[in-house]
Design a protein around this ligand. Sequence first.
Ligand SMILES: NC(=O)c1ccc[n+]([C@@H]2O[C@H](COP(=O)([O-])OP(=O)(O)OC[C@H]3O[C@@H](n4cnc5c(N)ncnc54)[C@H](O)[C@@H]3O)[C@@H](O)[C@H]2O)c1
Length: 318
Amino acid sequence: MRNLITGGCGFIGSHLADALHADGQEVIVLDDLSTGKIENIRHLENKPGMQVLIGSVTEQDLVHEAVRKCDRVFHLASAVGVKLIMERPVQTIDTIVTGTQVVLAHANRYRKPVLLTSTSEVYGKSTAVPFEEDGDRLSGPTTKHRWAYACAKALDEFLAMAYWKSSRLPVAVVRLFNTVGPRQTGQYGMVIPNFVRSAKAGLPLQVYGDGNQSRCFCHVADVVRGLIALMDCSQAYGEVVNLGSTEEVTIMELARRVISETSSQSDVLLVPYEHVFGEGFEDMVRRVPSIEKAKRLVGWQPELGLSRTIRDVAASCP
Ligand SMILES: NC(=O)c1ccc[n+]([C@@H]2O[C@H](COP(=O)([O-])OP(=O)(O)OC[C@H]3O[C@@H](n4cnc5c(N)ncnc54)[C@H](O)[C@@H]3O)[C@@H](O)[C@H]2O)c1
């Protein structure tokens, strides 16, 4: 198999490249290095069966050539995270929507299977936890830009499903919930890398809001195993599938776990949302996936728990 990984210099994409390469498969990475780093795949760069293309998924010719040469496409390239979306509002929508349009059009032309990574953000403010793939989405107003990420990714999903329905392009949509592990940067607001860095430096861990909001954090190794299994499963085509941990933790409890796992003397500091994201920011209280579909399709469930995830991030963090 020759796999094209868009966003392959990013956090999840680079781990996916590692796993496919270790399995003896060929990998073409396409990345514009906007949030990814070449260091993430430096160890693979000159290995046989590896090719790295630096450029954007919005570039027609580049994507055309890469899709033509591969057997299947893992489309991960995206602007990622609410903080980045708030800071670069126009560029992020363009990357998410235009990039996916370009990738799907070329994949359709050459009939190459695609796995598209979407996000639990698409569930928005829904309170119907655990979130099921066919459940209703509840988005906020267009005047609150944080919802642009969810809406742009939802549009990607609609487009993928439209290709499946109209021309049976084999495409699977995978909604990732919070994914964590080595190489993830805290620069764009990802909570565990930020907590670990603060804890190791003896600085206060900044918890936004009252800390009672909860999330489920899945180890990147579990997520990569799920992505490959779903791409290999023809019954997953035309489906939207959640991948994530069901181990729920409040952000306050997470801060305490990080302090404990790193044997840190740090304190926790509560920071109002508006100090970080501006006035009127909205957040979700709970976000828990139903993973029944992934279990049914490919027998997937997470194997590495939160403690192991925190320890792996801590071990990789300078
Ligand atoms: N990490 C998470 O918790 C999480 C949760 C939900 C969904 N996701 C999804 O998983 C995918 C990967 O996310 P990640 O966490 O590895 O983030 P990341 O920022 O590390 O990876 C994204 C990669 O895409 C690249 N990229 C961005 N715009 C591009 C463009 N126009 N052309 C080419 N490359 C471009 C970046 O340089 C980066 O390497 C994304 O689609 C994201 O929406 C991630």
